[in-house]
Design a protein around this ligand. Structure first.
Ligand code: GLY
Ligand code: MN
Ligand code: MN
Length: 441
């Protein structure tokens, strides 16, 4: 818990500075309430407000709230209903060392306690739904949120350790999924193997796993799980994560079966290109340039594998690579898979939008130490985009027979989570795969 104590110190400093700059004395941070499905009494799986989760890394916290007042220990107003339908949450042992804890068994009492804690009208509320009787609070002040979201990009040692653990879970799942692919299992059965090896329920995953065989790999966020494998089984793209203490891993691997022919060499080429992109990352470079480098790498692969008739340089310059790589090269990751603040130009506001030709790029900030982001170049055969290319003047640059031969394999994505250090990067994902291979492989 040493790293957690340090993490809370960093958070206290950040909140103190942000509250002061935004003109507030204190903030109430609400974990939030579970929602129900429309016209139903069943709850949608609950995810706490990430601002609450950053202070309190335990998802069993619905309706609880924190009072953050600089100079004082944070107060945790913990909701523990008397409930025999469910297992009520209880205050984790470690929390008492870091928070002044008050347990409430009814919501009205909890809201009255929040109101009583609030003696100033310079009060911010951070959460989805301010309680009615909390008085003159300002809900989600934009400046306060901008300041906090900008800082979220710089991970504490605790957060990095959580993401390292999440990556270890994901790597264990990915190894089992790879074995399932080699054994010819369906998408559905591969997903089950993944969950078991990663030790995660679907609700615990940070996002819906993408388990895509053959042409499904060309659907960027393919969402189904076929019960039967295709015949023949050619390729497998798995974008599957894991979480630990609220922090996400977001990992993709692509595999080719012996029946996939030239696709295997393309996968190996993309893996090498992805490592090359990561090797060049260090503080001071621009993430937008990494994205552009990814397009140059795709151009090089298209030329090397004779999918285009022009040079790699021409494939890049003409924008032809955008048909094959229509998403960004990565994004910040942390409490959210696509973490906040990726387009912020400065701590207090202003946006740095993605370049016009790359609207899907989620991160445009300069690279700095303690950022954690994904590097996930891809190369896909997406019918809708290929049709558009076919209608354009660039169509003559493409070897369509080779594209058609590879299209049944769908596409490739290789995705790692990297931490920026003072001099380069630490690759949480490759580290985790190496360790998992030692343990299980
Ligand atoms: N798994 C979603 C993404 O890679 O961004
Ligand atoms: Mn990602
Ligand atoms: Mn992903």
């Amino acid at each position: 818990m040493e790293k957690y104590a340090e993490h809370l110190e960093v958070l206290s400093e950040r909140w103190q500075a942000a509250l002061e700059q935004a003109g507030f004395d204190a903030a109430v941070v609400a974990a939030g309430a579970p929602r129900e499905y429309f016209l139903d009494d069943l709850p949608v799986p609950f995810r706490p407000n990430p601002h609450f989760a950053q202070w309190f890394p335990d998802a069993d916290c619905a309706h609880s709230a924190l009072v953050i007042r600089p100079g004082e220990r944070p107060r945790l107003l913990f909701y523990q209903p008397r409930d025999y339908w469910h297992q009520p949450p209880s205050v984790p042992e470690w929390a008492h060392a870091h928070f002044d804890v008050a347990v409430h068994t009814d919501l009205d009492g909890l809201n009255r306690a929040v109101a009583a804690a609030l003696t100033s009208n310079r009060l911010a509320f951070v959460g989805e739904q301010p309680p009615d009787d909390v008085g003159a609070v300002t809900p989600n002040p934009p400046l306060l949120l901008n300041l906090l979201h900008y800082q979220r990009a710089y991970k504490t040692d605790f957060e990095i350790a959580c993401m390292a653990t999440a990556n270890e879970r994901a790597a264990a799942g990915h190894l089992a999924a790879r074995a399932a692919f080699e054994a010819g299992l369906s998408e559905f059965h591969t997903q089950l193997r993944y969950l078991e090896a990663a030790g995660q329920t679907p609700e615990e995953l940070p996002y819906h796993n993408i388990v895509a065989q053959n042409r499904h790999a060309g659907v960027l966020h393919y969402q189904h799980y076929e019960r039967r494998p295709p015949e023949p089984l050619l390729s497998f793209l798995i974008d599957a994560g894991a979480s630990h203490a609220g922090y996400a891993a977001d990992v993709t691997r692509t595999y080719a079966s012996p029946a996939a022919g030239a696709f295997a060499a393309l996968v190996a080429g993309m893996d090498a290109a992805q490592r090359g992109l990561i090797e060049r990352i260090r503080p001071g470079i621009d993430y937008t340039d990494v994205h552009e480098e990814a397009h140059r790498a795709v151009a090089a692969l298209l030329a090397e594998h004779a999918l285009v008739r022009c040079s790699a340089e021409a494939a890049f310059e003409s924008g032809l690579t955008r048909t094959f790589l229509p998403h960004g090269v990565g994004h910040l990751i942390g409490l959210q898979t696509h973490d906040v603040g990726g387009h912020q130009a400065s701590p207090d506001g202003g946006l740095r939008p993605p370049p016009e030709q790359y609207p899907a790029l989620r991160l445009t900030r300069p690279v700095e130490a303690r950022q954690v982001f994904t590097i996930e170049p891809g190369l896909y055969f997406i019918p809708m985009l290929l049709d558009e290319l076919r209608q354009s003047p660039l169509a003559r640059e493409v070897d369509w027979s080779r594209i058609e031969a590879l299209s049944p394999c769908g596409g490739i994505r290789i995705e790692d989570n990297v931490v920026v250090t003072e001099s380069g990067t630490r690759n949480l994902t490759r580290e985790a795969f190496a360790r998992a291979a030692e343990l299980h492989g």
